[in-house]
Ligand binder design. Structure first.
Ligand SMILES: Nc1ncnc2c1ncn2[C@@H]1O[C@H](COP(=O)(O)OP(=O)(O)O)[C@@H](O)[C@H]1O
Ligand SMILES: [Mg+2]
Length: 231
């Protein structure tokens, strides 16, 4: 279980997060919605340990991680797929997948067949350069690279941004498969209402650094949420 409790985050004098709280639990998807610039990525980076918070708590599996470095959080099973994907364009698909191994002991440095079952297209492209993949394929590679470490908390920052509809469907299917396994908590940043609605067990909507709506996915009211999102 992840519990983010009233965190504040600043860039210099400007406050990007104001008393933001969210939860995530195994077997569930927590959707974070809101327009550009409201602080969604800052929140994800704060959870993954790439950004320091000024106050508030972050607890993961009954342990406070708020002061931990990002690699220590990664070792505890937290994987972050950044917005924009960050694929190494000069490395092959296989090399990109192996980048995910960094933190694993040697004996665990294997790419399980399951990764290719989730993303069959990657298996056919192992020798291609990351930069030669389409945006949607790069997104799948970025998710696959995170899964190589067998995370218990998967953070996905706008995985559907700028991606063609057929691949959006594939990504939706993968996220629900991972959720239904029951042992992984998923935090999904999403601007598309329909995609969020299809996946959200829990949701929060942000505006100007604050949580303005939150609840269970089944209670998400389209009209209410649409006031705070663009698409
Ligand atoms: N590294 C940074 N330095 C200064 N300001 C930043 C930085 N990253 C984000 N911001 C600002 O913080 C606010 C929230 O940004 P961000 O978390 O990226 O929002 P979102 O992901 O919802 O688009 C924006 O006003 C953005 O300009
Ligand atoms: Mg963002």
């Amino acid at each position: 279980m992840l519990n983010v409790d009233r965190i504040d985050l600043f860039y210099g004098a400007s406050q990007a997060l104001k008393k933001v709280s969210i939860d995530a639990e195994p077997g569930k998807v927590t959707c974070v919605m809101g327009r550009n610039g409201v602080g969604k990525t800052s929140l994800m980076r704060a959870i993954a340990g790439h950004q320091t918070v000024a106050s508030g708590g972050v607890t993961w599996q009954d342990e406070s991680i708020v002061k931990m470095a990002s690699y220590e959080r990664a070792r505890r099973g937290i994987a972050y797929v950044p917005q924009g994907r960050d694929i190494f364009s000069q490395l092959t698909v296989l090399e990109n997948l192996k980048v995910g191994f960094g933190m694993l002991p040697k004996s665990e440095r294997k790419i399980s067949e399951e990764i290719y079952e989730l993303f069959p297209v990657l298996k056919t492209m192992l020798k291609r350069r990351g930069g030669d993949l389409s945006g949607g394929q790069q997104q799948q590679l970025a998710i696959a690279r995170a899964l190589v470490t067998k995370p218990k908390l998967l953070i996905l920052d706008e995985p559907t941004e700028g991606i063609q509809p057929s691949i959006i469907k594939d990504i939706q299917r993968v996220i629900s498969l991972l959720r239904d396994r029951g042992d992984m908590a998923i935090v999904l940043v999403e601007q598309y209402f329909d995609f969020a609605k299809a996946l959200a067990d829990l949701y929060v909507v942000m505006d100007r650094g604050e949580v303005v709506l939150a609840g269970e996915g089944k209670d998400m009211q389209e009209e209410e949420v649409r006031r705070y999102i663009a698409v």
